[in-house]
Design a protein around this ligand. Structure first.
Ligand code: SAH
Length: 373
């Protein structure tokens, strides 16, 4: 932060851009805040974990990654235990989920021998941490900077593929529309008339057409609709991967199961919610995932979807209570900590219901574990 002007370097850069070229879309703003090559949050900051800006399920409890590891091994068995399988994680953070998953899945004979682990991570500093976290697992690691790798048989061998992603979808840039002056308009980031600070403004010069709209009521002045073109792009990449062999993906994120009106773009710094304009480039930005839309995009790309289910329900069906009890019995000194962690993952008014899990697979792969009806 430049304390003289109270501005981050990215804020200075974006203000100059807006002064020169006019307001920018919310998607461009979010992309710059997260991925600007010099000042983007995910390019520089190591923000995940108890001491960071935000804490995620695998950082809260080892049981989370362990259950996902067992889920992967069971899906592999359901696929007929193929000799080669790609295990891909999108946005692996500190590598904690993958470490816990690989450890737990050791009990399934043959699974480790079949595995090639692929990590899709845009942040170089996090890639180094993932390498360190996973050094002891004895599994060869392949790194990719972009989810585009999913579509190519050159980057990811043509083989059955398991994909896991926790809090990846919420980090992909959203665009927003605002209902203003009786029509939908692109919502932009502009400079305020008074202090010249960053602010939201509807672009009144053009009309925009929303791709999907909530069905519960007609739009009212000031309503916001969000779209995430990157989610459509990811659905297409999953479909492209599914053409190289059987595919099963598990995506967990905070979000809603129905498309609604509302602004969900939020900043998080020091484990507290802040304005999206707070210290641009030094604040994490994310948005709630519209699971209904993402599931529909996967379905129209030719994939089958299971769920979404609330996180608590999926983890319950995968046996989180039994696993936590066994772990507590084996580690009495850590029992309270284990119980508290699992409690947070399942909390009905917290992560247990705010997070949703979605399964995505080829039509000819059986319904995924935890999602069977
Ligand atoms: N899954 C981890 C981290 C979640 S944070 C956990 O649960 O703890 C989001 C992760 O996605 C980070 O690792 C971030 O660097 C990565 N990421 C964000 N946008 C990305 C993109 N477009 N391509 C690849 N990785 C991305």
């Amino acid at each position: 932060m430049d304390s003289a002007r109270g501005e981050t370097p990215l804020e200075t850069k974006l203000k100059a851009l807006i002064r020169r070229e006019g307001p920018i879309g919310v998607d461009a703003y979010m992309r710059a805040c997260l991925h600007d090559p010099e000042h983007g949050y995910y390019r520089r900051r190591l923000a995940i974990g108890a001491a960071g800006d935000f804490i995620t399920a695998p950082e809260i409890s080892q049981v989370f990654g362990e259950l996902i590891g067992l889920w992967c091994a069971v899906v592999w068995q359901q696929m007929g235990a193929p000799a080669r399988v790609n295990l891909v994680e999108l946005g692996p953070g500190r590598g904690t989920l993958m470490r816990d998953a690989l450890r737990a899945a050791r009990i399934v004979p043959g699974f480790h021998g079949a595995l090639a682990v692929h990590l899709v991570e845009s942040n170089a500093a996090l890639r180094a941490i993932q390498e360190e976290t996973l050094a002891g697992t004895g599994t060869p690691l392949h790194f990719h900077t972009d989810a585009d790798a999913l579509s190519s048989a050159e980057h990811l061998p043509a083989a059955p593929t398991l994909i896991v992603a926790n809090e990846f979808l919420d980090a992909l840039p959203i665009a927003q529309l605002e209902f203003a002056g009786g029509d939908w308009r692109t919502r932009t980031v502009a400079l305020g008339a008074g202090d010249g600070g960053l602010c939201f403004a509807a672009d009144m010069t053009t009309r925009a057409t929303p791709a999907t709209q909530p069905t519960d009521r007609a739009a009212r002045e000031g309503d916001i609709l969000e779209t995430c073109p990157a989610h459509d792009a990811l659905a297409a990449l999953l479909a492209a991967r599914a053409r190289h062999g059987p595919l099963a993906a598990l995506l967990i994120d905070y979000g809603h199961a129905a498309t609604g009106y509302g602004d969900t773009l939020q900043g998080v710094a020091g484990q507290a919610h802040v304005s999206p304009f707070h210290a641009p480039g030094e604040t994490d930005l994310s948005a709630q995932v519209d699971f209904r839309h993402f599931a529909a995009a996967c379905a129209s790309a030719g994939l089958a979807v299971d769920g979404p289910l609330p996180q608590a329900e999926l983890l319950g069906r995968l046996g989180i209570v039994e696993r936590a009890s066994r772990l507590m019995a084996a580690n009495p000194a850590r029992a309270a900590e284990i119980e508290a962690g699992v409690g947070r993952l399942l909390a009905p008014s917290g992560m247990g219901s705010r997070f949703q899990a979605l399964g995505v697979r080829n039509e000819n792969v059986a319904a995924l574990p935890g999602f069977e009806r």
